[in-house]
Design a protein around this ligand. Sequence first.
Ligand SMILES: Cc1ncc(COP(=O)(O)O)c(C=O)c1O
Length: 442
Amino acid sequence: MPDTAQTTVNDLGPYWMPFTANRQFKAAPRMLVGAKDMHYTTDDGRQVLDGIAGMWCVNAGHGRREIIDAIKAQAERMDYATAFQMGHPGAFELASKLSNILPGDLNHVFFANSGSEAVDTALKIALAYHRANGEATRTRLIGRERGYHGVGFGGTAVGGISNNRKQFGTMLAGIDHLPHTHKLSEMAFSKGQPVWGTHLAEELERIVALHDASTIAAVIIEPMAGSTGVLVPPVGYLDRIRQICTKHGILLIFDEVITGFGRTGAAFGADRFGVQPDMMIMAKGLTNAAVPMSAVAASDAVHDTLMTGPENAIELFHGYTYSGHPLACAAGIATLDIYVRDGLFDRAAELAPYWEDALHSLKGAPHVIDIRNIGLVGAVEVASRDGAPGARTYDLFVQCFEEGLLVRQTGDTIALSPPLIIDKTQIDRMIDIIGTVLKRLD
Ligand SMILES: Cc1ncc(COP(=O)(O)O)c(C=O)c1O
């Protein structure tokens, strides 16, 4: 039975919910009160299969004993330690463990607390790097249409989702955007990476020609755009972006908040797509979401360029009170140990073909206009109702929840990204519920 002390909610008013239709939600709330392995428990005692790993983050499944114990033990030992001019062993251990699994020479890890903070951190490091390198005119940042890089001003500015931008004025100056790579008429129902769209990387040359390379600091992209509805990169697209960045001395930042930690069937998207960034942003799966934490990993060149000047000088005037928080580090270390011990990234790769077949079996179901997948992530795009974008997927999301499956609605797309511990029966159940609900939706 659920714990009534936790489930009794007297007043829904004071909590202003994030990215939520507050009034609609509060009229018919959906409450989660427990979570274990692949399932949530609702306040009315139902089990709901977690089809989205919380929110692309609980990659090792819910309530992992090792993570809980590590957090508890750290809280007993030392609750907090200042992160400025002091250290604690957990932060160094987690950074070392991370650098061991990160691709290439991403050997230097800066901690923050959310994806959004890590995005701002990476953008600021890019600017500081060029300045330290004698190229202070490189201040322009290039994002991508439909990209999502969190909700700080930096991330909102380089992000490319109109609804996330339009309420907030001019944001940062000196931003440009690559076009997104999604075109249904060319790539609907592609399995894995679409073959159309590679040429869109050339748009970066156009942007460079417009602004001149000497003004551009960095390109930031998600290897696979997640929050906008799972846009898998066209074959060769990321390689070409990498080549153009290298040619013009522009830093390439991969935002791997979603693609990190096994989601695409490899440790990181950079591994999966075989393209090495100069910086990588991580969050979510870093701690299995048990404690908020994010990180930016920087290459030797980026890091070393900033490690100059007198040794008593602070090299980067940036950081957070909770950078490398002891509880987050404990959770992160335990999480990485689980990923490695249980071979969860390999498991994602092994399950990927089954996942792909299961997902694409929904082709032909009512309203479905596209299905996309890579690794253990996928999306089902449905036709909009006339004049009401998102309304049909909202109903799909609510009815799936009522049937015992949590999916994520983003526009006219349902995104799916289960914990990497999912089994084939549970995959079948996900598809079954979505198929059933699609059939009865108007
Ligand atoms: C690619 C990407 N970057 C950044 C963020 C922002 O992370 P947070 O919500 O932890 O600030 C997200 C969140 O979904 C994301 O998907």
